[in-house]
Ligand binder design. Structure first.
Ligand code: PEP
Ligand code: MG
Length: 542
């Protein structure tokens, strides 16, 4: 048995066979070289994949032009043309026929060579095309290695524990829950969206085991994932298996004890009522919210509708999704957060911002919406049309100033004007920057509610990248500065007579529940699997 420590970021234990996702698909392809296929066969594979990538880009261009306008869509057209560039194709041909490389290695080499050449140009426009060459090479490689979509990985036919260097939030959200028992990654942090999504899915997850641990695994190995104690065991021995069975039995007992809180209101022992809502990322999560006994959806991360796809969802597609969510929640409040793209959630189908030195401080969330109003308007119109089918609230992410808030509210009003109606919709903002918390008294008069995003509030208050696993020893989630900003926000909400909730991960931190109740927080939005336990915890508070 080999044991590797890691950080459990989504509770639970499981034992199963490993499915190892690694760079091997590319590596195998490379190492095959041309031993199995002739140079001509590699060249034909390249041509076929290049054509598929080019067609996908053309479709993207047409859709993006409709959704975000000609200027932003243009890049897809340029990339489609670059794929047919004679120099690029000749470089791939030389690599295959003269250097005897396999198709994947040849495309990679041609991409790197051309990017280096363009990067050294005087002309700024040409220099900027270097990133596009790398992008088109990657697009062809994705088609060559079995799928146009970057998230199209394959799973074995048996239930497995997925082991990978890292997983993106989009890959995680799309995991088939019936086939994946849990996942282990070499890297990762507790407040990354990958970890948050795992908790929403109630999927055991262990991160930060290191690359050596992932390399030590072979496909099909028996592996034990213990997110409670923070360890991964390859070929677990009897003792470990017994410990894990005990943990599973104890978790079952806890769940049974929480069941008596199902269907009840959330009240403290002294009778004060709070509301327990669920966080969700995909429409499928609504079922988990209902099963978890959520009183509403407190945060629907709508950006997941845009991740891992080749084209942005249209107004009609979004309308149907939002309508369906509202109907399934049967009159309970559903808070949909408008597009919070950027940082660790990059959507290839959206206008790209170019390379950012600090993506977490970059063009994300409401800033992206203000810079791309037609994209926001499409979403706003879909939401407004859907609003007649249930109790909808919307909230805007990463607000830092009154000016931004005024800008986004004006766009919202414009969308309402354009569709000529829609139902009643509460409008709120996320308080997730120190700036917003500190001016929350001014912002409170402009909206119907606040929802505190403690994940970003922590990142921006402590100046600590939430993705960076090395910062774990410095992370103080209960830092007095964070609590002071939360208190200030709640006080501002109360003074203005609006309600205030918490939708960041601290909302499920039992050590803080009493503090939040005493501050006057009205609502907590957490992973569906945490709702009954939290209702039980609140019932103990005097
Ligand atoms: C937060 O920042 O606390 C939050 C809920 O939003 P996200 O985690 O999606 O950034
Ligand atoms: Mg946030």
């Amino acid at each position: 048995m080999k044991v590797y420590p890691g950080q459990g970021v989504s509770g639970g234990v499981c034992v199963g066979r490993a499915a190892v996702w690694s760079e091997r698909t590319y590596a195998e392809e490379d190492s095959q070289g041309q031993t199995e296929l002739t140079a001509q066969a590699h060249w034909e594979r390249f041509l076929k994949s290049r054509d598929a990538a080019r067609d996908a880009l053309r479709t993207l261009y047409i859709q993006a032009r409709e959704n975000v306008g000609e200027q932003s869509a243009e890049i897809f057209d340029v990339q489609a043309m670059m794929l047919e560039d004679a120099d690029f194709c000749q470089a791939v041909r030389d690599a295959i026929f003269a250097q005897r490389l396999g198709a994947v290695a040849a495309v990679r080499r041609a991409g790197e060579q051309m990017a280096a050449m363009l990067g050294a140009m005087q002309d700024e426009y040409l220099r900027e095309r270097a990133a596009d060459v790398k992008d088109i090479a990657n697009r062809v490689i994705r088609h060559l290695t079995g799928g146009g979509q970057e998230d199209e990985w394959t799973l074995p036919p048996y239930p497995c524990i997925l082991c990978a260097k890292e997983l993106t939030p989009a890959q995680t959200a799309r995991l088939d829950r019936k086939r994946v028992l849990g996942f282990i990654t070499a890297h990762g942090s507790a407040t990354s969206h990958t970890a948050i999504v795992a908790r929403s899915m109630n999927l055991p997850a262990l991160v930060g085991v290191g690359e050596e641990a992932i390399h030590a695994l072979r496909e099909g190995d028996t592996v034990a994932l213990d997110a409670e104690r923070g360890r991964m065991c390859i070929d677990p021995d009897e003792t470990v298996l017994c410990e894990m069975e005990e943990q599973q039995a104890s978790a079952r007992r806890h769940r049974a004890a929480q069941e008596r809180f199902r269907g009840r209101e959330t009240r403290t022992a002294s009778g004060r009522q709070l509301y327990l809502y669920a966080n969700a990322a995909l429409p499928e999560d609504v079922e988990a919210a209902r099963q978890g006994d959520a009183e509403g959806i407190g945060l629907f991360r709508s950006e997941f509708l845009y991740l891992g796809r080749e084209e942005a969802p249209s107004e009609e597609e979004q309308y149907r999704i939002y309508k369906d969510i509202l109907e399934r929640m049967e009159g309970r409040r559903v808070i949909i957060r408008t597009l919070d793209i950027g940082a660790d959630k990059q959507a290839g189908c959206l206008p790209q911002t170019g390379k950012e030195e600090n993506p977490a401080l970059g063009c994300r969330a409401v800033r992206h919406s203000l810079l791309h109003p037609s994209l926001f308007l499409t979403q706003a119109k879909a939401l407004l049309r859907a609003s007649v089918h249930g109790r909808l609230a919307v909230m805007f992410p990463l607000i830092c100033s009154e000016q931004e808030l005024r800008g986004i509210l004006a766009l919202w009003d414009r969308a309402r004007g354009e569709i000529g109606g829609g139902g009643e919709v509460e409008r709120g903002i996320m308080i997730e920057t120190p700036a917003a918390a500190l001016i929350s008294d001014r912002l409170a008069g402009m909206v119907d509610f606040f929802s505190i995003g403690t994940n970003d509030l922590t990142q921006y208050t402590l100046a600590m990248d939430r993705q960076n696993e090395m910062l774990q020893p410095f992370l103080q989630p209960h830092h007095p500065a964070i609590l002071a900003l939360i208190r200030k926000t709640v006080d501002s909400a109360k003074a203005a007579g609006i309600w205030v909730g918490i939708c960041g991960e601290l909302g499920a931190d039992f050590e803080l529940t009493e503090t939040f109740v005493q501050m006057g927080v009205d609502e907590l939005s957490v992973a569906p699997s945490q709702i009954l336990a939290l209702r039980k915890r609140i019932a103990e508070i005097k």
